[in-house]
Design a protein around this ligand. Structure first.
Ligand code: FE
Length: 216
C-alpha cells in the first residue's frame, strides 16, 4: 500500500472546541470533518481517542467546529495542536466568544465559519471515535478561503530545513512529516527513534512512526 496516496485526499483544517463536564474549555486541531447529509444538516467528525477532546465530547455531547481560514497564523496550530488540554488551558490569554451552546468559538481573524454541533451518534473505530452530529447553528464569519492541509504545508508550517541535524557523535533526529515535531534522542533519555515501541505516536499530532523521516 502506498502511504503517499493518503496525502492526496483533500482536507480542511479546523479547531474543534468543547468543554468537559465541569465547563472547562478545550480546543484541538482536526482535519477529519465532513458534511454527511443536507436534510437535516449533519456533519461527521473523527477524533483520535488519545485527545482530551474525545473524552469531553463523549460526555457533554456537543462541540463547535471552527473552520480555519488562510489568515490563521502558525501560532494557532501551536496553541491548539501541539499540547494536550489535559494539562494546559489552551484558551489562557486568548480572546474568544461563545456560541449559543456555551462552547468557545474563535473569531473572524482566524476562521471563516463556525458550526454548533449536537452529537446524535457515536461510532467506535478503534483508534478513533466518529461523532455524527446535528448542526444546531451555522455562521459564516469571513470570505477568506478555508485553510486546506496543502496550504498549511506550503505556507504556514515552518520548513523542515530549519531543523539542525544531530552533531557528529550524537544520535540522529527524526521529524514528523505531518506536524513538524522533532524527535531528538538527546531529549529522550538517549533512546534511538528506531527503538521506540511500534505503537509509539507523535506527541503533537498522534500519527505513527511511519510518518517520521530522519533529519540529515
Ligand atoms: Fe506529528
Amino acid at each position: 500500500m502506498d502511504g503517499n496516496a493518503f496525502f492526496k485526499i483533500g482536507y480542511g483544517l479546523y479547531v474543534v472546541t468543547s468543554q468537559d463536564a465541569a465547563g472547562r474549555d478545550n480546543g484541538m486541531i482536526c482535519n477529519a470533518v465532513v458534511q454527511v447529509t443536507a436534510k437535516p444538516p449533519r456533519i461527521a467528525v473523527a477524533i483520535n481517542k488519545q485527545n482530551h477532546s474525545h473524552d469531553n465530547i463523549l460526555v457533554t455531547r456537543r462541540m463547535n467546529v471552527c473552520v480555519l481560514s488562510e489568515a490563521a497564523p502558525f501560532a494557532i496550530f501551536e496553541r491548539f495542536g501541539f499540547k494536550s488540554g489535559r494539562d494546559t488551558n489552551k484558551f489562557e490569554g486568548y480572546g474568544f466568544t461563545r456560541g449559543a451552546n456555551g462552547v468557545a468559538q474563535l473569531g473572524d481573524d482566524v476562521c471563516n465559519a463556525v458550526f454548533e454541533l449536537d452529537v446524535v451518534d457515536y461510532l467506535d473505530y478503534g483508534t478513533h471515535g466518529l461523532f455524527i452530529c446535528d448542526v444546531a447553528e451555522a455562521r459564516e464569519l469571513s470570505s477568506v478561503p478555508t485553510m486546506t492541509y496543502a496550504y498549511y504545508q506550503d505556507n504556514v508550517k515552518p520548513k523542515a530545513a530549519a531543523v539542525t541535524p544531530a552533531a557528529p557523535g550524537e544520535k540522529r533526529k527524526w521529524v514528523c512529516k505531518i506536524c513538524g515535531y522533532v524527535y531528538d534522542p538527546a531529549e529522550n533519555n538517549g533512546v534511538d527513534f528506531e527503538d521506540l515501541p511500534a505503537d509509539w505516536t507523535c506527541p503533537w499530532c498522534k500519527h505513527t512512526k511511519e510518518d517520521f523521516e530522519p533529519v540529515g
